[in-house]
Design a protein around this ligand. Sequence first.
Ligand SMILES: Nc1ncnc2c1ncn2[C@@H]1O[C@H](COP(=O)(O)OP(=O)(O)O)[C@@H](O)[C@H]1O
Ligand SMILES: [Mg+2]
Length: 251
Amino acid sequence: MSKKMVEVVDLYYKYPDGTPALNGVNISIAEGESVAIVGHNGAGKSTLLKQLNGILRGHGKIEIAGLPLNKENLRTIRSYVGIVFQDPDDQLFCPTVYDDIAFGLINMDMEKAEIDCRVKETLKKVGLHDFGQRSAHHLSFGQKKRVALATILSMVPKVMVLDEPTSNLDPRSEKTFLELVNSLSGTKIIVSHDLPMLFQLCDRFVVMGNGKVIEDTSREKFMLNKKLIREHGLDYEFKCAYCEHYVAAAC
Ligand SMILES: Nc1ncnc2c1ncn2[C@@H]1O[C@H](COP(=O)(O)OP(=O)(O)O)[C@@H](O)[C@H]1O
Ligand SMILES: [Mg+2]
């Protein structure tokens, strides 16, 4: 039996303005699993992700690698759970790419030589080895996404959390990014509406709706459940049908 990596029990959260976002979430993820979280806009997906490393704090139990998420363990848990936000501009705020990647490592009290080594290694891994002295703000969106991924990879997280990783990427950047994510081992949680991408990367599908888990199933069962896919706003067949129609007309 594999080790539990993420355990969420009866998690509730309201935003300060009173909006209820999580209404009793239960989810358990084992070490090494790749889990897709899908559901309508506003279902509570991003809010749930932000709870996993304590950016937001709700009521209920969260454990990461057996450690309860509390004040005492917050620092350790932040080094265990790396979140790549949907918008890389929310993640990158330093004058150089090097500084952005070093930021988390400095907070982990790492020695300067080790930081240097980790930053260089990670930049190489994301295919941006000579970008250290560039400013992230002058990079393309796809390059920024890879730097954002590098900021968490450098910390060697136990759980990698990606919020809408392919949104706004052009197809080539998307391919590069996905190959990179696919090559990384470890536990992954990916939120997206992009089912073809999720089918490639995840073997378990969790559907959220109204701040709750509605369905928790295998990739195969999810793929075959057209009703569930349609009900949760994920039906992409109309896009394929549209392309097929034009391809057929052009031939
Ligand atoms: N900063 C915020 N303040 C108030 N309400 C918010 C905030 N962020 C999100 N919400 C609300 O919380 C609910 C869940 O949002 P979110 O987690 O962003 O959903 P998803 O990522 O599934 O689209 C929605 O009703 C949304 O409007
Ligand atoms: Mg979201």
